[in-house]
Design a binder for this molecule. Structure first.
Ligand SMILES: Nc1ncnc2c1ncn2[C@@H]1O[C@H](COP(=O)(O)OP(=O)(O)OP(=O)(O)O)[C@@H](O)[C@H]1O
Ligand SMILES: [Mg+2]
Length: 394
């Protein structure tokens, strides 16, 4: 805003004073003036014209300057307008009262030209800076709001993408898992057909072969049943006693074959008769699947001649049940370890990772009152350890 835009309201019941002030300030030739000769008029004019500065006489008949000031400061519409009191008195009492009521300054009569000019200029400048600051603040707030909204939308998209990707990964896993028994069934049926054609079939052989076929059919049924419950119970808040060994076995049922097809060997050290933990077994399975998926990615760059290993270990100590997933993949740098559980932290390309796997896992483990920690050496191994409170006397 330029100075020319500044409107000054002069309030005095003696018109000669108004005239004098106007003449002095006209030296700057950049202000517009409005006037009031009593308190009520001053309030009405201020509400209507919203001046940039008010020069307000204290002693007036009817509503005095202090009262006008009180009324204006009480309304949010006019509270910000700076008020300079014009006082014939030099008594400190009146000046202090004026400041207490929210005035920014005072000028004593008779007016000193330079003083009047200097004070008016200073307060108008201050007002301008204040306005600019407020405007900046508003702009800044708007920008922050816009940025936050943008990020929220991006995060929503990423979460959606991550869900789709884990679904994709799971689907790929399931395809592998079902493929194997299906191949068994196909081979069995072909054999039966061949023997039927060659009339070499006997009852005993047929019984034996059908038993094998049924085993494969059962395996597929088992996998499909598990997937069905898994996808439903994922959203559930239902907690129960969970056998961690069963969680590992179910996770392997979902992805084990797929990993083996990637030449990954599993080393299982699952302690027998381990005490249960309290939680949701499908969510825990999801947590483990997330760790396994990271291990698989970490092993990706290893050459065929190198052994790709994932070790899954479950054991108990006095208070905790522990589940460890260790791989001999590319490991994690010290710098990255710090950020591992942060949502959206990823070192993978956008089509490979969203950086949500471990933060979701962290959330699941925290919900079960557990801890999750990581040990790793870049280029050598990573070991993620989950420890959960043990349910005793069950
Ligand atoms: N076993 C591991 N070996 C090496 N690096 C790992 C391992 N586990 C996690 N990381 C590192 O931690 C990062 C974050 O893992 P997180 O599972 O949260 O996300 P992501 O795997 O990148 O993506 P998403 O799981 O959402 O597909 C990974 O990008 C990777 O750099
Ligand atoms: Mg991951």
């Amino acid at each position: 805003m330029k100075n020319e835009d500044n409107v000054i309201l002069i309030v005095d019941d003696v018109s000669i004073n108004i005239q004098m002030i106007k003449e002095i300030l006209n030296e700057d030739n950049i202000y517009k003036f409005i006037f009031a000769t009593n308190g009520n008029q001053a309030v009405a004019v201020t509400r209507k014209a919203k001046p940039d500065l008010i020069l307000l006489d204290i002693i007036m008949s009817g509503m005095n300057g202090f009262e006008v000031c009180e009324v204006l400061k009480a309304s949010s519409e006019t509270a910000d307008i700076p008020i300079i009191f014009l006082t014939a008195k030099t008594e400190s009492e009146a000046i202090v009262r004026g400041f207490e009521l929210g005035a920014v300054d005072y000028i004593t009569k008779p007016f000193q030209k330079d003083e009047l000019l200097a004070r008016v200029r200073t307060h108008l400048k201050l007002r301008q800076s204040e306005r600019a600051l407020r405007e900046n603040k508003k702009n800044l707030e708007r920008l922050v709001q816009e940025e936050l909204e943008k990020r929220r939308k991006q995060e929503e998209l990423l979460i959606q993408k991550s869900k789709l990707e884990s679904l994709g990964r799971l689907a790929a896993g399931i395809a592998h898992e079902i493929n194997q028994p299906l191949a068994g069934i196909a081979m069995g049926v072909e054999n039966i057909l061949l023997r039927t054609v060659n009339k070499r079939i006997d009852k005993e052989y047929l019984k034996h072969e059908c038993e094998f076929l049924l085993q494969d059919v059962d395996r597929i049924k088992h996998i499909i049943e598990h997937i069905r419950i898994f996808s439903r119970e994922q959203q559930s808040v239902f907690f129960e006693n969970v056998d961690i060994k069963e969680v590992v076995e179910n996770a392997l049922l979902m992805v084990g074959k797929q990993y083996e097809n990637h030449n990954i060997k599993f080393l299982l050290e699952l302690e027998e008769n381990i005490a249960p933990v309290f939680g949701n077994k499908y969510k825990l399975e999801q947590a483990l699947l997330n760790l396994l998926s990271n291990s698989k990615d970490a092993l990706e760059d290893k050459s065929r001649s190198e052994t790709k290993l994932i070790k899954i270990r479950t054991y108990q100590d006095t208070e905790k049940i522990c589940l460890e997933v260790e791989d001999n993949g590319k490991g994690i740098s010290e710098e990255d370890v710090e950020k591992l559980f942060e949502p959206f932290f990823t070192t993978k390309s956008p089509d490979k990772g969203t950086g949500l796997g471990l933060s979701i896992t962290y959330g699941i483990i925290k919900e079960m009152r557990g801890e999750i920690s990581v040990q790793s050496k870049a280029g050598e191994y990573s070991r993620i350890k989950i420890s959960l409170p043990k349910i005793i006397n069950q």
